[in-house]
Design a protein around this ligand. Structure first.
Ligand SMILES: N[C@@H](CCC(=O)N[C@@H](CS)C(=O)NCC(=O)O)C(=O)O
Length: 213
């Protein structure tokens, strides 16, 4: 199995973390960002979007990070990560979608507007607007996490992988973000997982002030 994408990419990190959770052996190929390589015809044949992550599993080619996660869970995750019951799946899939549609874009707004923009060019009103949405998301998460250890119960799911991946960068990029109590506890639990430490909590300082991918 091959996973393509630079380890500093937030969307790639989720997949790398999950591959480690599944204890799957894989080859990681750094691509995109300072590594380049996304504009070649060869890569476009694998992913017409010319983005990472991209997973190649034998003759199967999969792009879009959450689709890759679903594919891996269904193919290799066993009953711990995947259930045939559509309703039970929806309990964690809604968090994956919410993360991609609401939480992650707001976080990305702060990350691009603040961390990836040189100080002199920052529009802090815009950054603070996105940050406000992030804080509202954290408060919602806090309520949900007052009832269970993970987002959908007492064990980790893909929902925690997707939403949890946002937390480290959100609080470590230099903006003031205080995690509400239950979110902070959940974050401590995620931090105890090897894949979270290795991939999500990795150094991304090369992206500071870097406006190009
Ligand atoms: N929705 C896509 C987003 C893919 C995406 O935008 N990837 C970025 C990295 S996070 C990318 O490939 N950027 C070009 C680059 O890194 O050179 C996914 O979740 O996979």
């Amino acid at each position: 199995m091959k996973i393509y994408g630079r380890a500093t990419s937030f969307n790639v990190q989720k997949v790398l973390w999950f591959l480690d959770e599944l204890d799957i052996s894989y080859e990681h190929i750094e691509l995109g960002g300072r590594f380049g390589g996304l504009d070649t015809g060869e890569f476009a044949r694998l992913n017409p979007m010319k983005k990472v992550p991209l997973l190649v599993d034998g003759d199967k080619i999969i792009w879009e990070s959450h689709t890759i996660l679903r594919y891996l869970a269904a193919s290799y995750g066993g009953s711990q990560w995947y259930t045939d019951n559509a309703y039970e799946r929806s309990l964690y899939e809604r968090w994956m979608d919410w993360s991609h549609l609401i939480f992650q874009p707001a976080f990305m707004g702060t990350f691009w507007g603040y961390y990836r923009t040189p100080t002199s060019k920052r529009d802090m009103a815009k950054v603070n607007y996105e940050l406000k949405t992030c804080l509202e998301c954290l408060n919602t998460l806090n309520e949900v996490l007052s009832k269970s250890e993970y987002l959908t119960g007492q064990s980790i799911t893909l929902g925690d992988i997707c939403v949890g991946s946002v937390i480290y960068r959100l609080i470590s990029q230099g903006l003031t973000v205080e995690l509400p109590f239950n979110v902070a506890q959940w974050y401590e639990t995620l931090k105890s997982r090897d894949g979270y430490k290795k991939w999500i909590m990795s150094d991304y300082s090369e992206l500071k002030g870097r406006e190009a991918y």
